[in-house]
Design a protein around this ligand. Structure first.
Ligand code: PLP
Length: 360
């Protein structure tokens, strides 16, 4: 089947087969990764290799710590203000969809967040022009969601904080490792693994080391970046199997030629799908501003909305699964992460043309 789910999402077949081949007996250890002590030499080699491969993929300098955490990106919505500001500090949020809105609302419990731009009145179909942003003069950070998984809008470039003391923070959950990123522009990048790089249960945080160590006194120990950085993500029992899977995905992305190649593939896939929508004379519609359409999540509707359930049903019969749009926006959504093969998108496009010919 081709699985278009938004996350947890499809993983590369060769990675799954590799994990299967060493499921019972990891590289002659006689143990499954699930059965190993997280402090044993076998698992230490797994987590260290995962980190070093990720550093190569994203060209992460030694000024940054890489943390493998739990609790999903949702936990980071709280951990970020708890670690990077005091309760009375101002922080800025650009709200481009449901996820950045959730991040902003959580930040209000631990800081004084300002929404400096929201796309709500335009149903989250746009990214603001950076010149027009009214940033707060002393904000501790400026937070964006690099790719809004539900609404399908993606930052193609990043805003620069006005103040040198303000850092840029991005939720990259749904476009992590889908293209090269200049990490040095950010104070912190975070991402749940379950779209592009592994199973759910692992959250990756890349944070500039000088920002670590100023958590609010109420910060639970499990949310304190200092604790995790000092303990190389092994303060408590980490999600071992998930980290191992992420490591296999990182190896696979490197073997593909790194993120430059990965991005080229993602662009090719997204192009044929958006083209199919745009040449359909309005039969299919994508509401997102063309310049900021996501390479990862492609939401679309049918002009004849009464046919949408039929579209999803017929697609599933043809083994194209999980195309239903998020309940908050309706319609369809095709998530075409790194692991979705080109052939999967081609098949979807052929199906869309055939469906239009029959119902148009
Ligand atoms: N941010 C983005 C962009 C997401 O797509 C998601 C989940 O889909 C989240 C945050 C929340 O992630 P989690 O469910 O891992 O907490």
């Amino acid at each position: 089947v081709f699985n278009f789910a938004a996350g947890p999402a499809t993983l590369p077949e060769n990675v799954l087969l590799k994990a299967q081949s060493e499921l019972y007996n990891w590289r002659g250890s006689g143990m499954s990764v699930m059965e190993m002590s997280h402090r044993g030499k076998e698992f230490l080699s797994i987590i260290q290799k995962a980190e070093s491969d990720l550093r190569i993929l994203l060209n992460i300098s030694s000024d940054y710590a890489v943390l493998f955490l739990q609790g999903g990106a949702t936990t980071q919505f709280a951990a970020i203000p708890l670690n990077l500001c005091q309760p009375d500090d101002t922080v800025d949020y650009i709200v481009t969809g449901s996820w950045s809105d959730k991040a902003y609302k959580e930040a209000a419990r631990f800081s004084k967040p300002n929404v400096i731009w929201t796309g709500k009145s335009e149903k989250y179909t746009k990214i603001p022009s950076f010149d027009s942003l009214q940033q707060s003069p002393h904000a501790k950070y400026l937070h964006i969601c690099a790719n809004e998984t539900i609404h399908g809008v993606e930052f193609k470039d990043y805003p620069k904080p006005n103040n040198p003391n303000t850092i840029l923070i991005a939720d990259m959950s749904s476009n992590f490792c889908s293209k090269p990123v200049d990490v040095s522009k950010f104070g912190l990048i975070y991402a749940g693994a379950q779209k592009n790089v592994g199973p759910s249960g692992v959250t990756i945080v890349i944070i500039r080391k000088d920002l670590i160590g100023n958590a609010q006194p109420i910060t639970p120990i499990m949310l304190d970046y200092k604790i995790h950085a000092e303990n190389n993500s092994l303060y408590n029992t980490p999600p071992c199997f998930g980290i191992y899977m992420c490591g296999l995905v990182f190896e696979d992305l490197l073997a593909q030629g790194g993120l430059v190649e990965v991005e080229k593939n993602n662009q090719k896939k997204a192009k044929i799908l958006y083209d199919a929508i745009d040449v359909s004379n309005g039969f299919y519609r994508c509401p997102v501003d063309k310049s900021v359409r996501s390479l990862m999540n492609v939401p679309f509707t049918l002009e004849k909305s009464e046919l949408e359930a039929e579209f999803i049903k017929e697609a599933a019969k043809e083994k194209m699964l999980q195309l239903k749009g998020h309940r908050s926006v309706g319609g369809m959504r095709a998530s075409i992460y790194n692991a979705m093969p080109y052939a999967g998108v081609e098949k979807l496009v052929a199906f869309m043309k055939d469906f239009q010919a029959r119902h148009g």
